[in-house]
Design a protein around this ligand. Sequence first.
Ligand code: NAD
Ligand code: APR
Length: 261
Amino acid sequence: PTADLDAVRALVAQARRPVVLTGAGMSAESGIPTFRDTQTGLWERYSPEQLATEDAFLADPDLVWSWYRWRTRMVRARRPNPGHDAVAHWQRAVPGLEVVTQNVDDLHERAGARVLAHLHGSLFEHRCAECGAPADVDPGAPADAEAAGSEADLEAMLREAPPTCPACGTGRIRPGVVWFGEMLPQEPWERTYEALERCDLALVVGTSGLVQPAASLPFVALGAGAAVVEVNPVETELSGAVTHALRGSAGAVLPALVAGV
Ligand code: NAD
Ligand code: APR
């Protein structure tokens, strides 16, 4: 059900325990490619759906490690966009607001928001793939803005191999992200579930709603009787279920929604 901006602005003005659920579209206007929007070039050759798996890491650890290092360099060269700024502004005005993201970048935090849960982990956390010990890994230099995400930058990184775990001495260090087929981290998941059970508004921003269990979270808010607003330029799997759909980009719609709070 397509809604008008003023109707949703009224919901935003009243909300005391809102939850903002974000996906890759949240960071698209910062210059970070999404996963499933039409992808060409490099994203076609090195696709997240093929590399974001344990099987890929076992088959070619250097490729998967380098690809995450390259994405980390890209993220560090990017900046929060007006959508991230709007969420941070809204949370300052309404401290009960919770941010839950599927994104592994740190752009919400760099905009000044407190994030309740990174459901799919973070590019900035690492652990041993064998013993599970957490590991400190220097994120390296950010790419310069021009090179970030480029083929030349990836080629330069492809020579990197994952470090060996200092704790067990044999395992390889892997990024602290959730790969396809893996469980989500349990505590962030439980915090998120509880926040949605007591929320009075959920804003679902920039996700295709195709990956479970994250895609089930808007239904928890609906079950709690909350209004659920989708912000996305196109229809998604979730569009038929939400109470309000706003067609537009995060960087344009979110600032307009929270301007008055
Ligand atoms: P999935 O829906 O199979 O499962 C998501 C993961 O979340 C599973 O590991 C599941 O155990 C876990 N999970 C479910 N409920 C949970 C809960 N309450 N708390 C914590 N964890 C919970 O999704 P997937 O395998 O990640 O794949 C998502 C999509 O991507 C699918 O459309 C799939 O076809 C596609 N895909 C999958 C793979 C793969 O290797 N599995 C590879 C490429 C693409
Ligand atoms: N503003 C808002 N939404 C946007 C924008 C924008 N500027 N640009 C694109 N979108 C929308 C697209 O229309 C699409 O619905 O963002 C969505 C991105 O969908 P996906 O690429 O599927 O990303 P996401 O839903 O976050 O993927 C979930 O899949 O591979 C995994 O772990 C990865 O966390 C990721 C998960």
